[in-house]
Design a protein around this ligand. Structure first.
Ligand code: ZN
Length: 257
């Protein structure tokens, strides 16, 4: 039986060794979401894929899937953007690795998600530019959670529906939903977040990708939002992604250029 052929824009998420000469590549594709594909002979002949299999690289991928085994094979690639600047800057690289790991952990194989692909392309282009790595990574994390249907509304009190006009507001540590000051008194398992930070997160999630870079949160708001998003991701994944341990705490604070 002839294999199913697919040509699609894709981003390389990760690469690992498979036997003596092959590589197993995890790709996020426009047409088919996350897929794993074998690159035959890629370990032995570097020339064949021309450094196209480094994480963060945007490629046009030509793939074939066996109808009997369902396995994908990567036949050839064309590099569209290599994003070398992400790999050359330690801070950008660490944040980028975390976001690729989140993508790997969140996305189901073979589920087409064009909005997540658009978000990933936006993220890589901002991360390789002069954006603050922690801030663009926050936007990515928050919108990825939204695409999974797990980003809570953090504008209105979960119980009475009012919009708090004073902070700090408390939030449910399990779901991230916020409470106004009177409803928060009776809630269990709560933590606090400043009202300014809650509004920043809401803007990061709901504004257009063109407008989101207009946001200039203070460093303390970025740090607080980072901890809030980290809590939710770890809670829903029921584990802490390994890349979190690589990001030193003092790297949270950056400066705008
Ligand atoms: Zn309330």
């Amino acid at each position: 039986m002839a294999p199913v052929l697919l040509s699609t824009p894709a981003v390389v998420i990760s690469t690992r060794s498979l036997g003596e000469s092959d590589l197993l590549i995890s790709l996020f594709t426009l047409e088919s979401g996350k897929i794993k594909a074998v690159a035959k002979g890629a370990k032995k002949s570097k020339k064949r894929f021309m450094n196209a299999l480094e994480p963060f690289t945007e490629i046009d991928a030509n793939l074939a899937r066996s109808r009997s085994s369902g396995l994908w094979r990567l036949d050839s690639v064309v590099i569209k953007r290599s994003h070398v600047s992400i790999r050359q800057d330690y801070s950008r690289f660490l944040y980028g690795c975390l976001c690729l790991e989140l993508l790997e952990l969140w996305q189901k194989e073979g589920a087409e998600e064009p909005e997540v692909f658009t978000l990933l392309k936006w993220y890589l282009s901002r991360l390789s530019g002069d954006s603050l790595p922690i801030q663009v990574s926050l936007v990515f994390k928050a919108r990825l959670l939204k695409s999974a249907g797990l980003m809570p509304g953090i504008k209105e009190c979960r119980v009475c529906g009012c919009i708090p006009d004073r902070g700090p507001v408390s939030f449910d540590r399990r779901t991230g939903e916020i409470f106004c000051s009177s409803c928060g008194k009776n809630a269990a398992s709560v933590a606090e977040i400043s009202l300014g930070t809650a509004r920043c997160i809401e803007f990061m999630v709901n504004s257009s990708l063109d407008r989101v870079q207009l946001l200039k949160p203070r460093p303390d708001q970025v740090t607080e939002a980072w901890e809030y998003m980290k809590l939710l991701h770890c809670r829903h994944l029921q584990r802490q992604p390994a890349s979190y341990r690589l990001i030193p705490h003092n790297m949270y604070i950056g400066r705008y250029k």
